[in-house]
Every structure is written in structure tokens, then in C-alpha cells.
Write a protein that binds this ligand. Structure first.
Ligand code: T1G
Length: 675
């Protein structure tokens, strides 16, 4: 027998332990071994029944995602056939779900006759998050065990359920708090002795009988908004519906055909890529995983504005005490008041309990004196973008904070090297660039200064995880990775508007590409005044560059965006969605005339290419300058910081998909026109 599946015996029961670290993924090798061992065991008169379990902390994390681009070798059986043989086997087969059973892992467990589950384990069908549907019977067997409603939620939603819930739903037969393997072996022996025929999941039809088609129609409607741009959710619904009105084998065949098409689609490739990309970000070549890190047990934030308050919430949400610092009691009261209102909103929407809100608020304190934060393990400065002010603050912090404290800046544009240089501990200074709203957005650009120690960087990378963020390491440059790329791309769309497009056309094209909002709508949300401020710095950096003039004109009209109920769009007071503004359209046409530009049509494709391919070009520059570790880090930044659609994989992945020759042509045209 093979070592990828260990065989042992508990009395008359055979135990198969899948041992394929790190995730016991269903690789070709595991599938092949299962295909051999199970029939062998069935034929062995000394074996009364079987238990299947996983080595280590997982049962099985599903099919091996690394093998998805490969063709199944001839000597590896089709996993469907393995499952079918298991279902039809004469002796009881019991899954002992010791840890996560996801995707093909749950499908394997459902192919068993019985399932026992350890407390703390989870089961799920997460395939949707990879852009496809379960491919080995999940859409057919899960509704048979758990019912249609739960199957829809689990397969279309993709989130796993707890062991307790799995038992409640009928996915697992028993929750085991103690020795899972011993209990599973005992269970298998009992079932073998009982003489009852082992039940096949695929033959259990009681939960799928008499389901009204309207259930599926309603579900399709329910998910339409959040599934924009995706096919897989609807295909999953179709397959689950098929489970209720087709014989098992036909349902399985339908699922298999749809699965194969989706798996090979560009969208699924992009989502697979993102799965690995977001795991890669944690790997820093010169900072090994076992690098010492500082324990972060408390934090302080300088500045209790929107950003500072949001950052404080991140710490409190993670259970860490945090002190907000501001210049006066009034400013503090206002800042903490906003935090309280923010939590209260979440409570009133039913997403947070009052107790949890109280606990979290209890972790946030305020102070006006740096002496009160002398013991904080990390201080994050979040005041407005003014280098002199930041230098003053860091000089002060350096004097008052304990020598081991990390001093970080939340600057989104300024040179963190320069900030660190005013302290006596530049090795403990770095950037932690949160995205707004800080308590919601998952991205954290951690800025590595020249002097920052490995310990400092390892600590903030680890802290990102503690705060529930995706931390990506970047180097020092204007705008770091995300905003630098945005600056270039937004400049291109500004030009397009001066030359003939309209902001709402640009936004629609980019929305249709899959972003939640186009650049002009984002601009209105973030504030045109803020953009105006950063443009001054850009003009200083690139004095000879041709610049679009419209954004300054909009600024000069006092139209700062949503906050003034007017920006590129007009807004009803308090509204988040704007309507196209005639005044802006007139201004645009007039400006084109002043610039001597003959307005022309832009196709949606041209708009998307200009926006996205210019991003990829800037990304390539950033890589060349060594300011990001890898192309996929840039894509992770754009997904988590700016909502680049996951199924497009990020600007760098998208550019690879388009093909570098085409990207080169498009970028060359942009260069010739705009410099
Ligand atoms: N294939 C290959 N490698 C995998 C893997 C998988 N399915 N799952 C995890 N890994 C690797 C991962 O890359 C990392 O490697 C290490 O395991 C630890 O993971 C037929 C077609 C299970 C919840 O979508 O959600 O089944 O970086 O760091 O935070 O219908 O991994 O150390 O080298 O994420 O504890 C469906 C994907 C597949 C589950 C564990 N399954 N995995 O999280 O550790 S499709 C999934 C996860 C399928 C069938 C279909 C998570 C986890 P390295 P980790 P973690």
C-alpha cells in the first residue's frame, strides 16, 4: 500500500489515514491510492468496515488546486468512480472528520456511508470562491443530506459550517468530543455487526422530494446583485435544482459538464491565482517565517479623525486595548463619539451584539498627553498629510514612548524614510497604510523603510493578520503601490474626459468590467479636495508632465464630491449615488474647446484598456524599482484596497491574460499621447 494513505487496524475495522501535507489535498496520487485501497479492503475478509480520516489538523481541504491546470494521468481513476464504488460498497465506510473537510473533502465524506465529526471541525463547499462549482457530486449529495435550502447557502455562499451545525443539518451523524478515531472504529464495527445495508447518500431522496421550482427562482433573484459578472453561482443553483428532479447519475453528469467548463474559464483561473497570491504576500524572501516578532499587546493612535478612529476600531475588534490621542478633549470626544456611532450603526443593523460593542468600546480610551501612551507597544500616527507636522510628532513620540515601541505612520503619500530619520530609532519606524474606512477595508500596505529592522517588519506583517487584514509589504515611493498606480490610471481617464468621454460613461465601462465603482464616482466619495492636495505634490515631482486640468476646475467650483453634495456628479443631500451633472458636462465641453481638442467617441473597451493596462504598466515599473516583492502582491493590493474584481485577478494578471504584445501596443499609444 502507499504512504500517502496509511493503513492501520482497530480490531476488525480498517483505518485509512490520508497523509498529504499541508492540506491533505485530493491530488492525483491520493485519488489513485484511494481507488486501489478501498476495493482491496472490501475484498479482504478480515476487514469488517472502514474508517477514513486525515492526518494532522485537516481532514481534506479539497482537490489539489495546484494540479488544476494538468490533465489527469491515465492510471488515476475518475474520482466519481471512486465515490460510486464507495457508496455501493457492501461494508460500512465511516468518515472521521477530524478537521476541515472542504470541497472534494466533503464530497469524499459524503461518499462514505456515515460521518462522525470532531468538535471544532468544519465542512463546506467553497468551490464558488474559486469561480466554479463542486465537481464530484457536492451539488447532488449535499441537498440529499442537508436539504435544498442549506445546500444553496453552503454551495452558493461558499462558507463552511461548524461541526455542530453539520450535525443539525444532517450532514454528519454524530459529534464527537473525545477520541474521534476510537469512536469511529467502534461505530463502524457496530454497523458491520448490525447486518443493515450501508446507506448510500445518493439514494437518500427524502429531503429533495417535492421541492417547488419557485424556491430556485427566488434564490436566483436573491443572489443576482452580489453575483454580478459571475456564472458559477447560477450554475450551482441549476445543479442543485437538477438534484431535485433528475436521477442521481444524470444530475452528476450535468454537474461534471458544467464544472469542467467553469474550471477552465478565465474567471476561475483568476480566482485560483488570487487564492495563491493572497498566501504568497506573507512570504518575504529575506525575512524567514521564524523571525522574532515583538508582542503587540497594546496600541496608540495619534489623531482621532476618521482614519484614526477607524484604525482604533481595528485594534479593539481584535481584542487589543488602544488609546486615541488628540490635541484637545473636544477633539477626542468628537473622535470617540464617531467611533461609538459607527459601532451603534452595526448593532442596529444586527451585525454586532450590544455586549460586543460595549466590550470593544471599553478597549478604546482617549488621552491628550503622550505620557499616557509611554507603554504602548505600537503607535500609529494618523494625522493629515503634512511632513513638518509628522516630523514633530515622531520627534515627540521618540522621546516619550518606551524604547522598544514601534512607531508607524499611516501616511498615504509621504516619505517614511524622512519621517524615521528624525527619531533615534529608525529601525523601529515603518508605514502602516490603512485604507478608508479603516475598520472595513482589508488591505494594509506595510511600508518598509531603508532602516526598518527585520523584526519590525515581521511584527507589522504579523499584526496585520491579528487585525484581520491582508498585509502587503511595499517600498517607499510617492503613493506607495496602490495610490501610485491609481494616480496614473486616473490621470488617463481624466484625459479621456477632456478628449470626448463623459465621467458617467467612463464609470459605467469600469463598473461593467467588474469594479464596484468607476474612478469618478470614487473620486466623489474620497473627496476631490483630497485629490487636489496630492496633485500639488505630483506636480512638484513631475513638473514637465502634461496634466489634465478638469479636476482642478471642479475643485475650484467648490464641488468636492459627496461631502458637498456635488462633485463630478450631483447628489441629493445625504445620497451615496449621484446623477450626471449638466453643469459638469458643460464644463467638460467648454474645457475641451479651450484646450483646442476635437471631442471624439471612446469605446468602452478603449476606456477599460486605458485604465487597467496603464495600471499594469505602472505595476511593472514598481516591480522594476523593487518597491513590491512580486506582481501578485500588486494584484492583492488592487483587489483588497480598490475592489479590483477578484474574477479578473488584478491588473498584472489581467495584463498577462490580454497578452503582453497587446498591452505593449496599448501602453505605447498612451505614452505617445500623454507622456
Ligand atoms: N490545494 C492545494 N493546496 C492547498 C489547498 C488545496 N485545496 N488548500 C490549502 N492548500 C495549501 C495552501 O496553499 C497552504 O500552502 C497550506 O495548504 C495551508 O493553507 C472536486 C474541484 C483549508 C481553510 O477551496 O480554504 O475540491 O502556502 O495557509 O489558513 O469539487 O487553505 O503553506 O505552501 O490557507 O489554515 C476546494 C482551499 C478545492 C479550500 C486552511 N477547496 N483552502 O486555511 O492555511 S476545489 C478549497 C482553504 C475542489 C471538488 C473541487 C484554506 C484552509 P503553503 P493556509 P489555513
Amino acid at each position: 500500500m502507499s504512504d500517502i494513505i496509511e493503513f492501520t487496524k482497530e480490531g476488525a475495522v480498517g483505518v485509512l489515514t490520508i497523509n498529504n501535507p499541508p492540506a491533505n489535498a485530493l491530488s492525483f496520487a491520493v485519488c489513485k491510492a484511494l481507488g486501489q485501497i478501498i476495493p482491496d479492503c472490501m475484498a479482504d475478509d478480515d476487514i469488517a468496515g472502514l474508517v477514513i480520516t486525515g492526518a494532522g489538523r485537516m481532514f481534506m481541504a479539497g482537490a489539489d488546486i495546484r494540479e488544476f491546470n494538468l490533465t489527469r494521468p491515465d492510471d488515476v481513476p475518475d474520482f466519481h468512480d471512486v465515490l460510486r464504488a464507495m457508496e455501493e460498497a457492501p461494508k460500512p465506510i465511516v468518515a472521521a472528520i477530524n478537521g476541515v473537510a472542504l470541497g472534494g473533502g466533503l464530497e469524499l465524506a459524503m461518499g462514505c456511508h456515515y460521518r462522525l465529526i470532531a468538535a471544532g471541525a468544519q465542512v463546506g463547499q467553497p468551490e464558488i470562491k474559486l469561480g466554479f462549482i463542486p465537481g464530484a457530486g457536492g451539488t447532488q449529495r449535499l441537498p440529499r443530506l442537508a436539504g435544498v435550502e442549506a445546500a444553496l447557502e453552503m454551495i452558493v455562499g461558499g462558507d463552511p459550517v461548524s461541526a455542530e451545525r453539520a450535525v443539525e443539518l444532517g450532514i454528519a451523524d454524530e459529534l464527537v468530543d473525545g477520541d474521534l478515531l476510537a469512536r469511529a472504529a467502534e461505530f463502524a464495527a457496530e454497523k458491520a455487526a448490525s447486518g443493515e445495508a450501508p446507506p448510500a447518500t445518493g439514494k437518500r431522496n427524502e429531503k429533495i422530494a417535492g421541492i417547488d421550482a419557485a424556491v430556485f427562482e427566488a434564490y436566483r433573484e436573491k443572489i443576482a446583485g452580489r453575483s454580478r459578472g459571475l456564472e458559477a453561482p447560477f450554475e450551482a443553483v441549476k445543479c442543485i435544482e437538477a438534484a431535485t428532479n433528475l436521477p442521481l447519475q444524470e444530475g452528476l453528469a450535468l454537474e461534471r459538464d458544467i464544472f469542467a467548463v467553469l474550471r477552465d474559464s478565465d474567471k476561475a483561473k483568476a480566482m485560483r491565482y488570487m487564492f495563491f497570491a493572497e498566501r504568497e504576500v506573507a512570504k518575504i524572501p529575506d525575512i524567514p517565517r521564524d523571525t522574532e516578532t515583538k508582542d503587540i499587546k497594546s496600541a496608540a493612535i495619534i489623531g482621532s479623525g476618521t482614519m484614526g478612529g477607524g484604525i482604533a476600531m481595528c485594534f479593539a475588534n481584535a481584542g487589543l486595548p488602544v488609546t486615541l490621542i488628540d490635541v484637545s478633549e473636544e477633539a477626542l470626544a468628537a473622535g470617540i463619539g464617531k467611533v461609538r456611532a459607527n459601532y451603534a450603526g452595526t448593532v442596529s443593523r444586527g451585525r454586532l451584539g450590544q455586549d460586543a460593542m460595549d466590550t470593544r468600546l471599553g478597549l478604546i480610551s482617549g488621552a491628550t498627553d503622550y505620557a499616557d501612551i509611554a507603554d504602548a507597544d505600537i503607535v500609529i500616527e494618523a494625522v493629515f498629510e503634512d511632513m513638518e507636522l509628522k516630523k514633530k510628532i515622531f520627534t515627540e513620540l521618540d522621546k516619550t514612548c518606551k524604547p522598544s515601541a514601534i512607531l508607524a505612520s499611516n501616511t498615504s503619500t509621504l516619505d517614511v524614510n524622512e519621517i524615521g530619520a528624525v527619531t533615534g530609532r529608525p529601525d523601529k519606524v515603518c508605514g502602516t497604510h490603512f485604507f478608508s474606512p479603516a475598520n472595513v477595508m482589508k488591505l494594509l500596505e506595510n511600508v518598509r523603510t531603508d532602516a526598518a529592522s527585520k523584526e519590525t517588519i515581521a511584527t507589522v506583517m504579523k499584526l496585520s493578520k491579528t487585525l484581520g487584514k491582508v498585509g502587503v509589504l511595499v517600498g517607499v515611493c510617492n503613493g506607495f503601490v496602490g495610490n501610485r498606480i491609481l494616480g496614473v490610471a486616473a490621470r488617463i481617464t481624466d484625459f479621456m474626459v477632456e478628449e470626448g468621454a463623459l465621467p458617467w460613461q467612463v464609470d459605467q465601462a469600469i463598473y461593467d468590467f467588474g469594479f464596484a465603482m468607476g474612478p469618478f464616482a470614487v473620486n466623489d466619495l474620497a473627496g476631490i479636495d483630497i485629490r487636489h492636495m496630492t496633485r500639488a505634490e505630483q506636480r512638484r515631482l513631475w513638473p514637465d508632465r502634461r496634466d489634465p486640468v478638469l479636476v482642478d476646475k471642479v475643485y475650484e467650483l467648490g464641488r468636492y464630491g459627496q461631502k458637498t453634495n456635488a462633485g463630478w456628479y450631483d447628489y441629493e443631500p445625504g445620497a451615496r449615488r449621484g446623477t450626471p451633472s449638466q453643469l459638469i458636462e458643460d464644463l467638460i465641453v467648454e474645457t475641451s474647446g479651450e484646450l483646442g481638442l476635437q471631442r471624439r467617441q471612446f469605446s468602452d473597451q478603449e476606456i477599460v484598456d486605458g485604465y487597467v493596462l496603464s495600471m499594469a504598466n505602472t505595476g511593472a515599473q514598481i516591480l522594476e524599482e523593487g518597491l513590491a516583492l512580486r506582481a501578485s502582491d500588486i494584484d492583492v493590493i488592487w483587489h483588497y484596497g480598490y475592489g479590483f474584481p477578484r474574477y479578473r485577478g488584478g491588473p498584472m494578471f489581467h495584463a498577462d491574460l490580454v497578452g503582453l504584445d497587446k498591452v505593449y501596443d496599448a501602453v505605447s499609444r498612451l505614452y505617445d499621447t500623454y507622456g
